[in-house]
Design a protein around this ligand. Structure first.
Ligand code: UDP
Ligand code: MG
Length: 158
């Protein structure tokens, strides 16, 4: 983890995100996806959809990392469960590149709740539930840059 996701740190965050362009997004294959053996299939779907991998690591989040990553949800009732789920096993974190990356990737993963996810989406195929939903995708260019810099240092991004 390189930076705290605190608004006060925005200046230093953005000084370190010069490799992140607006055609990039950030993803995590979450612990349920790895545990259920879906890592390869999900990566294939991502690559087949035209995304290029600019950075990738297989790692396990600490409680501090998961807590900071999802800090925006701190007051929500599911926050505690979310942090313990996200630290329950290894994840794959990656920075992806494609035209219109953020929006196209959100379309590829589908709605947060698999019951509402469109046919053919990653969450429709692989999510267990609204909480254990297989994959993360950034929701804006700004958050993609922040989240990418949170997990990768500049020399890990290609
Ligand atoms: N989440 C949950 N319960 C909810 C909403 C969200 O457990 O009612 C979890 C779920 O893993 C989700 C993550 O919190 O992916 C972040 O929520 P967000 O609303 O940002 O959904 P996303 O952007 O991942 O679709
Ligand atoms: Mg979100």
């Amino acid at each position: 983890m390189n930076f705290k996701m605190d608004k006060k740190n925005n200046v230093s965050l953005h000084q370190n995100t010069n490799k992140m362009a607006t055609n990039r997004t950030f993803t995590m294959l979450k612990p349920d996806a790895i545990e259920n053996g879906h890592m390869g299939k999900i990566l294939s779907m991502i690559i087949d959809a035209g995304f290029t991998i600019k950075a990738m690591k297989y790692t396990r989040l600490t409680e501090a990392q998961a807590g900071a990553f999802y800090e925006v949800h701190k007051e929500r009732p599911f926050y505690g469960e979310l942090v313990s789920y996200m630290t329950s096993g290894p994840i794959v974190a990656a920075i992806l590149e494609k035209d219109n990356a953020v929006e196209d990737f959100r379309k590829l993963i589908g709605a947060t709740d698999p019951a509402e996810a469109a046919e053919g989406t990653i969450r429709k195929y692989f999510a267990e539930s609204k909480g254990r939903n297989a994959v993360h995708g950034s929701d804006s260019d700004e958050n993609a840059a922040i989240e990418g810099a949170f997990h990768f240092s500049a020399n890990e991004v290609f």
